[in-house]
Design a protein around this ligand. Structure first.
Ligand SMILES: [Zn+2]
Length: 372
């Protein structure tokens, strides 16, 4: 990963380059944002630049031995820490091959993508006490190449309290030329004491334009389809890649959305209950994606109503449905629809019972759809 490979995030990269040229590098950094905004990608490009033996003005050289080691994710002075399911492995080291393989495929992946790789039961991974001992051990090693030692901590909010406290001690008295880059989606989940010992850098969402550009160039998608996928990705490239690679789920979401709207329109309570039942059999992540998809479709109906078909970002099949359905989405109910989806998403994030949640959603949709 080079800076030039990072999608968007120009300001973040400029800030980092400015800091390097001022030669006052903060030894603890906290990159805040979804991995799909590029936190890991930037951390890797930054490490490469910092350790490059022949850095150019704005990027690493790509040819020196340090760059070659970075290519293989085998640089002896760059350590990766990531959450692990404790019954599978207590430390990152035990899953290094899996990590390298995933990162090499793309540094734009979500925590859920990582969980799927390491545990088919999809249990919650943590960064625990055994890992913290490793961190302390590695930070006390001498650097191999006399330059910085860098510790990139992916999913830092998954550190348990014991590990956080150990890390805090290291951050309070860091060994010389040691750099910590903590990556976290949610700033609030990081201990305030750690926040105050690190310099936080907030990563904004990517623009639809940036994501569509990536899909077009790197994944050879047609512009129209790339725009549609990008606008449903909520500024998160890992989500766009996921949707692209799991195209069959897009069809499942589309059919589920159409089914919900039809049953609710007919006020067929039995069908609505069946729908909620079948939605609840999907994994939590897929349920959340469905809710985002529904939000996207509702917004696209509104776009069609107010701006016309040229501005709608959907596939041909979706358009066939939206053309008939959009008259039922108006200023009288759009807000209520989006509030319903927002609160469903919030509920799923907090592990609400999905069967109840989707049942409730269907009743709300039934009410609002007849208010158009
Ligand atoms: Zn180099």
């Amino acid at each position: 990963m080079f800076f030039k490979d990072v999608v968007g995030q120009k300001e973040v990269i400029e800030d980092l380059l400015r800091e390097i040229s001022s030669q006052k590098i903060a030894h603890g950094k906290l990159f805040v944002g979804s991995p799909g905004y590029g936190t890991l990608a930037v951390a890797m490009a930054y490490s490469r630049f910092l350790l490059c033996e022949n850095p150019q003005k704005e990027d690493a050289c790509g040819a020196c031995s340090s760059c070659k080691q970075m290519d293989e994710l085998q640089h002896p002075d760059v350590h990766y820490v990531y959450p692990v399911v404790q019954t599978v492995s207590k430390t990152s080291e035990g899953l290094l091959n899996e990590w390298r393989q995933l990162v090499k495929s793309t540094p734009y992946f979500s925590m859920f993508d990582w969980i799927k790789v390491i545990d088919d039961k999809e249990r919650n991974p943590i960064i625990g006490v055994e890992e913290s001992k490793e961190i302390v051990k590695k930070t006390n090693l001498k650097s191999f190449q006399g330059s910085y030692k860098i510790m990139i901590v992916f999913g830092a909010e998954q550190m348990n309290l014991e590990c956080s406290n150990k890390l805090l001690k290291v951050l309070e008295e860091p060994p010389p030329k040691t750099l910590f880059i903590l990556l976290a989606e949610n700033l609030q989940a990081i201990l305030p004491t750690i926040q105050s010992r690190t310099q936080s850098l907030i990563f904004p969402k990517l623009s639809t334009f940036e994501i569509a550009g990536f899909l077009e160039k790197e994944r050879r998608m047609e512009r129209h389809a790339a725009d549609g996928l990008a606008s449903f990705s909520e500024g998160d490239l890992s989500r766009a890649i996921n949707l692209l690679e799991n195209g069959e789920f897009m069809e499942i979401y589309r059919d589920a959305f159409i089914q919900l709207m039809r049953s609710c329109f007919k006020k067929d309570v039995n069908e609505m209950m069946e729908w909620a039942e079948s939605m609840s059999t999907h994994s939590k992540e897929r349920q959340k994606l469905f809710v985002l998809y529904a939000l996207h479709m509702l917004r696209q109906c509104n776009v069609l109503n107010y701006l016309g078909a040229d501005h709608v970002r959907v596939t041909k099949e979706e358009m066939t449905f939206i053309e008939k359905f959009s008259p039922y989405i108006t200023g009288n109910n759009l807000r209520q629809f989006t509030d319903t989806m927002d609160s469903a998403y919030y509920g799923l994030e907090r592990n609400a019972s999905s069967k109840m949640l989707f049942t409730e959603m269907s009743f709300q949709v039934m009410r609002y759809i007849h208010r158009a």
